[in-house]
Design a protein around this ligand. Structure first.
Ligand SMILES: [Zn+2]
Length: 422
C-alpha cells in the first residue's frame, strides 16, 4: 500500500486507485431496498477507483478516473478487494469476567441447567460486571471495540444487559456513552436491561415494570440509548411481561430490537411485528405466522450463526426468511458466554454455509441491511456517492476469495470517514 504524495493534494480529497473489485452496494442504497438481494445489486466495479472528499464518497468507476480527479492524492490499493466497512448490528461488548469455566463444564457434558445451578450463565457475567469499576469496564469495552475494528467493523450496535437492575444498567449506559467519543466507529447503544431476571425482583414482570418506570424516563431525559431490547424466551421474559415496557419505550421514541424465538417459539417474531420493532434476532424457532408478520411489517431478521456454532444450538434457516420476503442482517452476537467470536468475516461465511444465505445477501447482511437497522440508511453500509467513506482493503483480490477464506485474513486497512483507522 503506497500513498503517492507527489500529486497535488486538494483539501481532504484523495483517490483510491487500482482496486481489483470494488463493491459499492449503490443499487441497493439508491432504492433503500433490503430484500431480494442479487449479485447485480452489489454495484461491483472491476479495475476500479473510489474518489473521496471530506470523508464522503463522491465518485467511483472502472478504469482511469475522470480528469477532475487526476491531480488528487492517490492511494494505490495494489489490485485488492475493497468492501464497505462492516456494520455489526448485535453485540454485547460491555462485561467483566470470563465464562471459560462454563465452556469447560459444557465440553465435559454438563447441561445448561447444571451450569446455571453452579452460578453460571448470564448471572455469572452480572456478578463480575457489577463488581467491576467504571474505569475497568470502560477499558475492556474499548479493547473489545478495537478488536471489532481490526475485523473491519466500522459501525457497532452495543447492548448493555449484564447490570440487571435499573441502577446498574444506567451505569453501563453511561460508560458506553463515554466510549462513543473514544473510538472511531459509529456506536449505537441499546439498553438490554431485560436480558434475564434481576435477583432483586421476585418475578420477570416485576423487574420489567421497574425498568419501565425507573429506567426508561432517565434514558429518554439523558439520551442514553437509541433502542431497547429484551430476551423473549420460555423461562425468560414472556411477551406479556414486556408489552407495557415496550409500549412506553415506543411512546418515548426509542427503537425496539428483540431477542426472539432462539430456543422455542415464544411468539417473539410476531410480537416484534405487532410492536413495530426494527429487528428480531436469532429466530431459529420462529413460526411461519411470525415470519409472515415480520415480512409484512418490515421487521429485519438478524441472524447470529456465531452463537449456534459456539453453543451447538440449531442454525437459523436464512433461506426460509428470505423466501418469505424478510430482510436479513448477519451479526456477531459477540458476548462472554454464548459467542466469543467477533470476526464478522468468519460469521458471514458461516451464514452462507449453515444458514443457507446466498452470497449476495451475505454481503448486504453485514453492510447495508444492518446499517438501515441502525438508522444509517443514507450514510453507512454502502459506498454510494454521498455516503461516508468507511471501507476496508483486503489481501483478497475478489469477493469470492473473501467469502471462501472463512475469516482467516483480517483487512489490511480500515478507513472511517476517509481516515485510516487500522
Ligand atoms: Zn444477543
Amino acid at each position: 500500500m503506497t500513498a503517492n504524495s507527489s500529486n497535488t493534494h486538494t483539501g481532504n480529497s484523495f483517490l483510491l486507485t487500482n482496486i481489483s473489485e470494488l463493491y459499492t452496494l449503490s443499487p441497493l442504497a439508491k432504492e433503500g431496498r433490503l430484500t431480494n438481494v442479487q449479485m447485480s445489486d452489489l454495484g461491483m466495479e472491476r479495475n476500479a477507483y473510489l474518489a473521496i472528499t471530506d470523508g464522503k464518497v463522491v465518485a467511483s468507476g472502472t478504469g482511469e478516473p475522470p480528469k477532475t480527479y487526476q491531480a488528487w492524492k492517490k492511494i494505490d490499493a495494489e489490485g485488492r478487494l475493497v468492501l464497505p466497512g462492516f456494520v455489526d448490528s448485535h453485540t454485547h461488548p460491555i462485561f467483566a469476567g470470563t465464562r471459560s469455566n462454563e465452556f469447560l463444564m459444557r465440553m465435559n457434558g454438563s447441561s445448561y441447567q447444571e451450569i446455571a445451578e453452579a452460578g453460571g450463565g448470564i448471572k455469572s457475567s452480572m456478578t463480575a460486571t457489577r463488581s467491576a469499576s467504571d474505569e475497568a469496564l470502560e477499558q475492556s469495552t474499548l479493547a473489545n471495540l478495537k478488536t471489532l475494528l481490526s475485523f473491519g467493523i466500522t459501525a457497532v450496535e452495543c447492548k448493555t444487559g449484564y447490570g440487571l437492575s435499573p441502577k446498574e444498567e444506567l451505569r453501563l449506559l453511561k460508560i458506553l456513552r463515554r466510549c462513543k467519543d473514544k473510538v472511531p466507529q459509529h456506536l449505537y447503544v441499546t439498553c438490554l436491561a431485560l436480558h434475564a431476571k434481576s435477583p432483586e425482583y421476585p418475578t420477570f414482570k416485576d423487574y420489567a415494570n421497574a425498568c419501565e418506570t425507573e429506567l426508561l424516563p432517565v434514558i429518554k431525559k439523558d439520551s442514553l440509548a437509541d433502542a431497547v431490547d429484551a430476551f423473549i424466551e420460555k423461562g425468560y421474559f414472556s411477551v406479556d411481561d414486556v408489552r407495557d415496557f415496550f409500549l412506553t419505550a415506543k411512546k418515548l421514541g426509542l427503537g425496539i430490537r428483540l431477542h426472539a424465538d432462539e430456543f422455542t417459539d415464544a411468539g417473539g417474531g410476531a410480537f416484534a411485528a405487532e410492536i413495530g420493532a426494527i429487528t428480531a434476532d436469532h429466530l431459529q424457532f420462529a413460526s411461519d405466522h411470525s415470519i409472515q408478520m415480520m415480512a409484512t411489517s418490515g421487521v429485519i431478521a438478524t441472524l447470529l450463526p456465531g452463537s449456534s456454532l459456539y453453543t451447538k444450538i440449531p442454525f437459523t434457516d436464512g433461506k426460509r426468511l428470505i423466501h418469505a420476503g424478510v430482510a436479513v442482517a448477519v451479526a456477531s452476537d459477540f458476548n462472554p458466554g454464548s459467542c466469543v467470536l467477533n470476526n464478522l468475516s468468519l460469521i458471514a461465511t458461516t451464514a452462507a454455509i449453515h444458514c443457507q444465505v446466498p452470497p449476495a445477501a451475505v454481503l448486504a447482511g453485514v453492510t447495508y441491511v444492518p446499517a438501515v437497522s441502525l438508522g444509517l440508511k443514507d450514510s453507512k453500509g454502502a459506498l454510494a456517492n454521498g455516503f461516508d467513506a468507511d471501507f476496508t482493503v483486503w489481501t483478497h483480490r475478489s469477493f469470492a476469495d473473501w467469502l471462501a477464506d472463512f475469516g482467516r485474513e483480517k483487512p489490511r486497512m480500515v478507513y472511517i470517514r476517509g481516515h485510516q483507522v487500522y
